[in-house]
Design a protein around this ligand. Sequence first.
Ligand SMILES: Nc1ncnc2c1ncn2[C@@H]1O[C@H](COP(=O)(O)OP(=O)(O)OP(=O)(O)O)[C@@H](O)[C@H]1O
Length: 648
Amino acid sequence: MKKFKTESKKLLDLMINSIYTNREIFLRELISNASDAVDKLYFKSLTDSDVSLAKDELAIHVSFDKDARTVTVSDSGIGMTKDEMDKNLGTIAHSGSLEFKSENVEAQGDDVDIIGQFGVGFYSSFMVAKEVRVVSRAFGSDEAWEWKSDGIEGYTISETTREGHGTDVILTLKDNTDEDDYDAYLSEWGLKNLIKKYSNYVRYPITMECSKTRQKPKPEDAGDDYKPEYEHYTETETINSMVPIWKRSKQDVTQEEYNEFYKSDFHDFSDPARTIKVHAEGAMTYDALMFIPSRAPFDLYSKDYKKGLALYSSNVLIMEKCEELLPDYFNFVRGVVDSQDLQLNISRETLQHNSQLRAIAKKLEKKIKGELANMRDNDREAYEKFFENFGRGLKYGIYMSYGMNKGELADLLLFYSAKEQKMVTLDEYVDAMPEGQDSIFYAAGDSVERLAKMPVVKAVMNKGYDVLLCTQDVDEFCFQAMMGYGKPAAEGEEFSEKQLKNVASGDLGLESEDEKKAAEEAAKESEDLFGAMKEALGEQVTKVSVSTRLTSADDAPACITAEGPLSLEMEKILSQMPDAGDDIKSQRVLEINAKHPIFATLKAAQEAGDAEKVASYAGLLYNQALLVEGMPIEDPVAFAQQIASLMK
Ligand SMILES: Nc1ncnc2c1ncn2[C@@H]1O[C@H](COP(=O)(O)OP(=O)(O)OP(=O)(O)O)[C@@H](O)[C@H]1O
């Protein structure tokens, strides 16, 4: 027996226990080796006119024997001589494939796609096997050799026989323990799944004997009570689909085929809304195939949802979901990226250089953005559907980046326009702004219907300005992060932004000089009245004042607005959060419509010294305004009693 060198022993132990996090990849590694072996022979046939190969000679076969607990991966590739076995399988980290690659750098071209490079993949077999046997016959040789090892001490090489060139790797699986169960690798279903998962796009057929059932032919003399009989049989099936759809040129693939691929690989039952195909050459060569789903997956907004694109290198799956390839706000995109240029790390589970990924991710993001903008401009109906599903994520993208991403995302947003009564983009809103309007107005609340009826919304609309009615909890946080919005400037134009203003917060700057003056006068005249009302309302409000929003007798008698950064709607949302404290309070202002008849009544009561009436009316107006805004009132019973006593 030849012993592994001490370094090799340590390395082997490290390999088996530390490099891979997922032991099922042993099959991927063995199939990749088989594919490399077939590739090498194919390459020989291209460069050596003495070698002629029939196409069906190039194949990989996987089988298992439940009783003997073996899994076998066979290939009809180039095989190994005794020396090669010794060198390649006896020395860990010696890669015959890398050697082959460097020797044939010039000649290879597109026809060869060698996967191996580190010289360690083979040893991953020992994660699942207690013994590994490799039977191999090199192409053009009459001898066959068997390499055998338990993965601990060393290995033996002895002469054997094999029909034809190629290699069989036979693993005898470890026995099951309480923690570890290896039986999944001893089933047709388990192996098929692994082949499909990791090696579906290996470019040679991977075959398996598959068990099937069929109905036996009906005997001619079968009577009326004949019941169909079934029999089991086996058939060789190709498990992998070989040519990856993303490597085929767009012209050669129908949308139907893309849809089928999407549905089967990403487990969706609806066709995707959009398909994005990218082929890039240059500093990095890669293919990408991405899909924008037409429905949101049920767990999109849950913590368990993982974004990412599948990452392939030379047709072999490296990562099922590579997060770095997608920004959070495009987390709904599904798809694959395949590149030979990626520098993989030794376990092939991660990459050595994330800068490569970042460069690809940047390009892909641009493509996705372009596709969405195209949908927005040319198929609004589809875009609205998309936005219903995924718009919230785009808004979060702006909010979470404190507005830094608004340049990428803001023009993709849609909001409901109170004037147009449909969804509009911010650009469309800005384009429709009448002369003199210098802010974008919005209102935030539960429903469009309710918002449209709010006095503050109506007041702004009465001035001829549109109001965006925002009903998602993230809307106002997104707007606050954005602060303003401006259409991208055309060449030579200066970029300017319009401020985003909540119609129920702060100073809207809408009143004319006359209105301002009238309000100031009314406030001055009624200083005592407002003081008394504020006292009656106590801590509930920071101020009672004359409204500059409600300025005609037809408007509501009063409304509540907020001073400072926290609006009423934000207060509502934040206080519903599970860990909300009691201190989330907006600074409420009760604004009184000085043109409304109730104001005259209040003034008269104040002048007549009827403090009780002033206090009770202040409470009524305040609670009424809260209800209109969709906010809870503190003491509904007292409010109802007050109204009842007025009705007596
Ligand atoms: N089925 C096979 N047929 C012929 N040669 C093989 C086969 N399997 C392994 N080899 C040889 O053994 C070497 C070591 O294989 P191993 O899987 O450890 O490394 P690798 O494939 O070169 O690199 P990587 O670690 O990146 O997979 C290969 O480079 C190849 O020369």
